[in-house]
Each structure stands twice: as structure tokens, then as C-alpha cells.
Design a binder for this molecule. Sequence first.
Ligand SMILES: Cc1cc2nc3c(=O)[nH]c(=O)nc-3n(C[C@H](O)[C@H](O)[C@H](O)COP(=O)(O)O)c2cc1C
Length: 369
Amino acid sequence: MTGDPLHTRLCEEYGCEVPVVAFAHTRDVIVAVTNAGGIGILGAAGQETETLRASIRWIKERVGNKPWGVDLLVPASFVEGNKEDLEAMIPQGHRDFVDSMMKENGIPMPATKRAGVGLGPELLRHSREQLDLLLEEEVPIFASGLGSPAFFLERAHAQGMKVWGLVGLPRQARRQIEAGVDCVIAQGYDSGGHSGTIGTFTLVPEVVQMAEGTNTLVLAGGGISTGRQLAASIAMGADGIWTGTIWLATHESETEMFIKQRLIEAQAEDAIQSRATSGKPIRQLRSKWSDAWKAPGAPDPLPMPLQPMLVSDIQEGIRQAKMEDWMTTPAGQSVVGIHSIRPAAEVVYSLVEGAQDMFDRMSGAPAGA
Ligand SMILES: Cc1cc2nc3c(=O)[nH]c(=O)nc-3n(C[C@H](O)[C@H](O)[C@H](O)COP(=O)(O)O)c2cc1C
């Protein structure tokens, strides 16, 4: 590390200008963040292979040799089997609950099925196919959002691809560091999307300590939306930050406008955890959907992929009928830091400037000097 605390090992090893990593599903956000000096990681779990191939080529044309990557889900705990056997494992009581939710609330069956494999029974097989595509298209970074990516290290490293893994528990971090994963993302309880039980402020320093003396970098993730938190992450020993929610409300994001508006209005306590969509806890904006699954008498959500199979039609029906009160988005407690819709590059610059100001203040220099 040089004298600049924001010039971390991530910047040294990956050639980015600032230690800000953005997870987003919109490829325009990835390009904007990467070209602003950070690293964009495209969320592509369950996406159709040809759509992903087109996005990879589109991004490559626009970012050149700058660092960027693709995130997929390769869950470790996943009920495997053929579709019919899995269907038979869904209890009738759960089906009745979903049917009555549709009837009582006027939720229609979708006119067409959801595109792509989503989080359903094909997810694991499909993710393995997508990994072949990442190799073929020479994507610089692969990040695994669920499940250890250790099985993929040899193939990836053979062609210079970096492999990153998200972890929510110290024991997951230890296993990935020991396996030689290039970067672990210590993702706290506060984070949007699939999230665990340990807060970012507790998890990050523990994982940093584990990674000391190894080649594995550590990013802090979960609940981060300000420059102060970027500075705090560096102070905890992280090599950078991994962020998701703040990119949803950018100009470039394809998130629907009413959801962007809701993100602006939301407080941290509106980002609640629910297992109703994937079977694993997803932190998301509270909605009629999450409330219905927490109401007295509601059944406990099923494990992945049974729950996504159970709710695929109702969720697609809600989406196609645009029932806004029932629609939601994964979002972290970081939602509290969203106050307006801004260009993604501006979000990168404000994180960095905010952190720089904090470091200046800590060293006694006037803010903004
Ligand atoms: C809308 C949304 C979708 C997400 N989907 C995924 C995903 O598919 N794969 C993944 O690894 N993480 C996913 N995440 C989690 C992010 O990678 C990241 O860990 C998280 O957003 C960090 O917390 P923050 O939202 O408070 O910044 C998602 C997050 C959001 C907000």
C-alpha cells in the first residue's frame, strides 16, 4: 500500500483506481462503475446463456482491459433431483396456502412462464454451464454469491481468471482462504440479497485476520452506502468494499421507477429478511409478499429450490399484473443512504470523496483539502 489509504492491494493487483466494487444486474451500471475507476460485477444467476454471452461481449467492448466480472450462484445446500421428484416433495399445505393467497388477493396466473431458469431446480446445473461460458469469453473475475467456488479455482487460474467468494460466516471464509480463493467478500447481516446472521462490523475484522499473510484479499460488504463506511472498511483492514443496494437507484439501473422511489423513501428497518422467495433469507424491502409469509398461520418457507418452484407462478403473476404493493427488490440496510437517483459514476466519486474527507479529518487536515 502507498501513502494513500484508498490505494489498497485491490487497486495494486487488479488495476482499478479506487477500492469500490459494485454488484448489479444492469450491464450499464457495470460499465459506468468500471469506467469510473471501480470494479463492476454483473449478477447473472439463472440468466439465459446467450443473453449472458451478449452482455459479456457488450461490456468488454466498453471497458477494454479494466477489471470487471460476473457473479453466479452455486449453492452448497441445494435439494437436487429431477423436476417431478422435487414437485412431489412440496407439501399440499404449502400449495393450498399459495392458491388461497392468489384467490384472496386477485393475483392472476401469469400469461407466460418466467424466462431463464431463475432460482429453480435447474440453477445448479445451469450455473456450471455458465462457468464454461465465462472461461470461453475470458471474463476477468468470477464471483460466487452462494457456495464455495474452490472447485473452480484450477480451471480459472489456468487462464488467469480471478475467483472470488461471498461468505457470511467465519468458517466459510476459513475454508475459502485455505483453498486459495483470490478474494473473499465478508458480507454482513445488513446486506441486501441472501444474507446471514453476523453484522458487517463483526464479520469483516475476523475475516481480515484470517486472511493475514495469505494471498487472499478481503472486501467488506453489507450495509455500505457512504464514504465514511468506505473509510471504516479500510480501517478494519479490508482491501475495499462490495456494494449492491446503492446501484439500484442509479440512472443506469433498470430497476423500475416506483421501486427506485421506494428505495429513496425507505429507512434501514424497511429492509427485512424473508425466506419466501428463494428458501434462504433474502434481505429485501418489506412488501405485502413478505408480510403474507410472516402472517399467523403461514407455513414455513421450504428449502431451495422447492420454495422457488412453489412461488414461481405467483411471483410472475404479480410481476405481470404489476401489483406494486406485492412487488419488492432485494435491498440492504444501506437503503438508508439513498436520497436521490444519480449517475453511477457520481456514486463512485461521492463514496471516494467522503472516505478521503474522513481520512483527512483523522489525520488533522482540513476536510476537502
Ligand atoms: C437487488 C439485489 C440482488 C442481489 N442478487 C445477488 C446475486 O444474485 N448474487 C450475489 O452474489 N449477491 C446478490 N446480492 C447481494 C450483493 O452481492 C451484495 O452482497 C449486497 O448487496 C451487499 O449489501 P448492500 O446491498 O447493503 O450493499 C444482491 C443484492 C441486491 C441489492
